[in-house]
Design a protein around this ligand. Structure first.
Ligand SMILES: Cc1cc2nc3c(=O)[nH]c(=O)nc-3n(C[C@H](O)[C@H](O)[C@H](O)COP(=O)(O)OP(=O)(O)OC[C@H]3O[C@@H](n4cnc5c(N)ncnc54)[C@H](O)[C@@H]3O)c2cc1C
Length: 385
């Protein structure tokens, strides 16, 4: 059924940046009516958890498995927020084992790499639940209306009011909106939404707002890294060769091994039922294309398992996989932004009552959860309605 809704503020997207922003906003504006609209089935976005219908009982973090804060001491806003999450026990320090595959001396370099420099943190729950708890913790859960499976495809700004249309025919009205993803501002929307004009450009034509024009110019130079994640549901008796009891274990591949095996990292995730889930990431474009061209999970599974078994053949911790272990494959069309980052000074247009947050903003955390959280905190500080 098609419906019309009206809110004081609408947030598009339900990833971690949207959740951090929502909770901060609600702290200061308890009486405002706000809605969060997400195309997926739940919160978390690219830091979410696959709860498979096919493989019952498994919860695998299939996007970001954890997150690192590269330089929190440089930013009090971020440092205080992370301390708060630690104090509320929503996150904990990640002391899981990290192994560099290829050359032991490479470990130092890996610690400095983008996902492992600084301090690393794990969600105390699944990654999706972290986003959910961030909203729920101060009992904000019932002060915000959540719309899932709702894709915003069209935006209009008229008489100081936004009208948003969703693919399933709903209409949402609000004086203020926040875009926590740049899909509606970026050229990739043309293909994804099958439209001939970038939705926000249509709503705010050129030369109406210098800030917005600059935002579009910069985003035109921003691209996205595609990734595949392979989720391996191991058999009941599958375990490590050694006695490792922590929940997570990370294996990073050195460049030469990444080129050979096409894997970027392999992440073991112990499940509550003691089964061992394995999530393998790849950003090798030929490998991704060969999956798209094959489009047959069974054939591709053989390749992945063969590479996995070859990679870990003489490893002292990791056992070989057998073909009856289960697999599902997640394709991330836009796993991380790359190229041109957008300065935080372009986060808010007063004239158009629109704000932006997400990992696509400039700073140490560009392309990572650190950037998402920081941009949300910064926006919440300057955003007033
Ligand atoms: C495979 C993978 C591995 C990663 N590894 C790491 C890591 O180790 N460490 C790290 O820090 N980061 C990692 N990242 C990046 C990290 O996941 C992101 O930086 C972070 O989750 C982005 O959060 P966000 O809220 O900014 O955006 P998102 O999570 O993308 O949230 C935006 C949300 O908006 C929704 N949306 C967009 N457009 C619309 C629309 N029109 N209508 C309705 N909903 C819409 C999307 O569905 C999405 O849920 C990884 C990402 C991937 C995919």
């Amino acid at each position: 059924m098609k419906s019309n809704f009206s809110y004081d503020l609408i947030i598009i997207g339900g990833g971690i940046s949207a959740c951090v922003f929502s909770s901060k906003f609600l702290q200061k504006n308890v009486s405002k009516k706000i809605a969060l609209i997400e195309v997926g089935r739940g919160l978390g976005g690219r830091s979410s958890t696959r709860i498979s219908k096919r493989f019952k009982g498994w919860k695998l973090n299939h996007g970001a498995p954890n997150f690192n804060i590269s330089k929190s001491n440089d930013n009090l806003l971020l440092k205080n927020y992370i301390d708060d999450l630690l104090e509320k026990k929503l996150i904990k320090s990640d002391d899981s084992e990290l192994t560099s595959l290829g050359d032991i001396s490479e470990l130092q370099t890996i610690k400095k790499s983008e996902f492992y420099c600084g301090e690393s943190y794990l969600s105390s729950f699944s990654m999706s639940e972290l986003s959910q708890k961030i909203i729920e913790f101060n009992n904000f859960g019932d002060k915000i209306d959540l719309f899932f499976k709702t894709l915003i495809v069209d935006l209009n700004f008229n008489n100081d009011e936004w009208t948003l249309k969703s693919k399933n025919g709903h209409k949402f009205k609000s004086k203020y909106i926040i875009c926590s993803s740049n899909l509606l501002l970026h050229k990739r929307s043309l293909k994804i939404l099958n439209t001939n004009q970038i939705p926000l450009r249509k709503a705010i034509p050129k030369n109406k707002d210098k800030k917005i024009d600059r935002l579009f110019n910069l985003l035109d130079k921003q691209s996205f890294i595609p990734r595949l994640t392979f989720l391996i549901y191991s058999n009941e008796n599958y375990s490590y060769k050694d006695f490792y009891s922590k929940k997570y274990r990370y294996f990073y591949l050195k460049k030469n091994l990444e080129n050979k095996f096409k894997f970027e990292r392999v992440i073991f995730q112990l499940q509550d039922n003691n089964k061992l889930g394995i999530v393998v990431h790849t950003k090798n474009i030929d490998f991704i294309n060969s999956y798209i061209n094959t489009n047959d999970e069974d054939i591709f599974k053989q390749k992945i398992f063969a590479n996995f078994n070859e990679l870990f053949r003489n490893n002292t911790s990791v056992n070989q996989l057998t073909f009856n272990e289960g697999i599902s494959i997640m394709k991330w069309r836009a796993s991380q932004p790359s190229g041109c980052a957008v300065p935080l000074s372009l986060q808010f247009s007063k004239k158009y009552r629109i704000g932006f947050c997400g990992d696509w903003f400039d700073g140490n955390g560009f392309g990572r959860i650190e950037g998402s959280i920081l941009s949300a905190l910064t926006l919440a500080k300057k955003f007033q309605i």
